[in-house]
Design a protein around this ligand. Structure first.
Ligand code: UT7
Length: 322
């Protein structure tokens, strides 16, 4: 039987951290450091430089993940990038990343669009490729430049998001690995969180900025993150007390705490990194995972529950032994 294991992690945050105070001053926002940090747990975020794209951030994160896995670029036989802020309409960010990494072996490369659940979607897809025996070494990346789709006059959204990338190398293995995955979507909630713009005839039509009903997203997120965590635990025959770490999408510390509480998981077992990079959408879970690995908190043999929720609405979870 073929199992799948994460063999390396890497992440990248562009430039210097931008504090709440600095962001407020830069965009003349009617807000305060106290409001942002108390309501969201966010203290700083990173903003990509002009011209710096999702494939650029992904490139740095992937180099680190490959080094951690002891793999070279041409060992990779599958590349999946989760992003809602691709470099271009096409080609895919994954194809551009393949070129930047110097992967010349013809490995398939494609993007997954599931907003903040994108990394969970990409990891679940890659896991199925590898378990089928068709591929052995996948590079799974979440990379975003959400600063490009912020309306800097909307204080209800622009203080929440940031730019960054995270990556993992997922390989075929004789021992588990990924224990259970679950993916869901409900398009009837499409309006709750969206960038409802289009490009047509050389013009942007509609609204090219992120729009969100924050309170509705909050309630929906806690509900489905709790449900999908229980779903994968049940599928793998594990109980909450057998979990070493919960690594949720980093949106708002209050969402993370509420989810951990509803699951009956001590809050110390929930990895929180949103304070210093804000909500980086598809990048947030691999960023949080890599940071916890680099700090020595996440260790080989531990049980991790990764889960995300985002626009669509989409949500999902991956339960694995690291
Ligand atoms: O990947 C998923 C992405 N989405 C999310 O994670 C969002 C989930 N939702 C949330 O995190 C929270 O709903 C927010 C942080 C967005 C908002 O927090 P809230 O506690 O739900 O606040 P609220 O929307 O009820 O707004 C309370 C007040 C309002 O003023 P009034 O109407 O009471 O006078 C807002 O206008 O806070 C005001 N407000 C702000 N004040 C200062 C909204 N944004 C800000 C701000 N600074 N940045």
């Amino acid at each position: 039987m073929i199992f799948t294991r994460i063999t390396g992690t890497g992440s990248y945050l562009p430039g210097q951290p931008v504090s709440n105070q600095a962001l407020i001053a830069l965009h003349a926002l009617d807000s305060s450091d106290d409001w942002i940090s108390e309501r969201t747990g966010i203290r700083a975020r990173h903003i990509a430089a002009v011209g710096e794209t999702s494939s650029d951030l992904a490139f740095h994160a992937c180099q680190r993940a490959l080094a951690a896995a002891g793999r070279s670029a041409n060992d990779v036989d599958l590349i999946i990038v989760a992003t809602s802020t691709p470099d271009y309409i096409f080609p895919s960010t994954a194809a551009l990343l393949q070129k930047k990494l110097g992967i010349t072996n013809g490995a398939p490369a494609f993007d997954v669009q599931a907003v903040c659940s994108g990394f969970i979607y990409a990891l679940s897809v890659a896991e199925k490729f590898i378990r089928s025996g068709s591929h052995r070494c996948a590079l799974i990346v979440g990379s975003e430049v959400f600063s490009r789709i912020m309306d800097w006059s909307d204080r209800g959204t622009c203080v929440l998001f940031g730019d960054g990338a995270g990556a993992v190398v997922l390989e075929a293995s004789n021992s588990p690995g990924v224990l259970a995955t679950a993916l869901h979507a409900d398009g009837s909630h499409a309006d709750m969180l969206s960038v409802p713009g289009q490009i047509c005839g050389g013009q942007v039509t509609g609204d090219p900025f992120l729009r969100m009903d924050g309170q509705a997203v909050f309630k929906f997120a806690v509900k489905v993150l709790t449900e999908v965590a229980n779903e994968v635990l049940h599928a793998a025959g594990l109980t909450v007390d057998q979990l070493d770490w919960l690594i949720p999408h980093q949106a708002n510390v209050r969402i993370l705490q509420s989810t951990a509480k509803k699951l009956g998981l001590p809050s110390e077992k929930c990895i929180v990194t949103v304070d210093h990079h804000g909500n980086t959408s598809a990048a947030s879970i691999p960023l949080a995972l890599d940071e916890a690995v680099c700090q020595g908190r996440v260790q080989t043999g531990q049980n991790l529950l990764l889960e995300g929720v985002g626009g669509g609405f989409t949500w999902g979870a991956v339960l694995l032994t690291f």
